[in-house]
Design a protein. Structure first.
Length: 179
């Protein structure tokens, strides 16, 4: 119910720059909106941390880490992060907006997938993971919901919210095995 109250109206301007067009979805800690970056004239996916988490230093750190981890990764199969900031008591990340469906939706809608198509999609996800790993970033929540697939079957990994730079300790890793 609290998330409903926090939703932004169409045409709300975030941080003097991003004009909200519509909500794309929501996750455990943030809503994602389609917005127009009025400075650069391009559409972005704007991820806004729920205000109830903005006062929790651990959540804010996780959110900042997502922006930093992803911003350092420029790759054809990783969603680009453009900007991050604070606005009206909460935090946001502006990232590349992709037309498409999550890999989860693709699997549900198009099942059974042709083996060559399935291999092609998984290979793209693994290329993104390898690229990140070589740069010391481990996603730690890689799942079909966090992969966007466009109409030409190009896949991009998103949501580096619990990524770790460098070695992570085993207790944190074990706590995430359930995903």
């Amino acid at each position: 119910a609290q998330a409903m109250i926090e939703r932004l109206d169409t045409d709300t301007i975030v941080d003097g720059r991003y004009r909200i067009e519509r909500r794309l979805g929501s996750g455990g800690m943030a809503d994602v909106y389609l917005a127009l970056d009025e400075q650069l004239g391009r559409k972005v996916a704007l991820k806004l941390l729920y205000r109830r988490f903005a006062e929790d230093p651990e959540f804010v750190e996780r959110f900042r880490r997502e922006a930093s981890a992803a911003a350092g990764l420029q790759h054809q199969h990783v969603v680009s992060v453009y900007d991050r900031g604070e606005w009206e008591g909460t935090y946001y990340i502006a990232m590349e907006y992709l037309e498409g469906r999550s890999l989860k939706e693709v699997v549900i809608d198009d099942a059974p997938l042709d083996p060559d198509r399935a291999i092609g999609l998984v290979t793209q996800v693994l290329q993104a993971a390898r690229f990140a790993h070589k740069r010391g970033v481990i996603h730690r929540d890689l799942k079909p919901h966090n992969v966007i697939v466009d109409d030409e079957d190009r896949a991009k990994v998103t949501d580096f919210g619990i990524a770790r730079a460098g070695a992570s300790d085993m207790t944190q890793t074990l706590s995430l095995i359930h995903t």
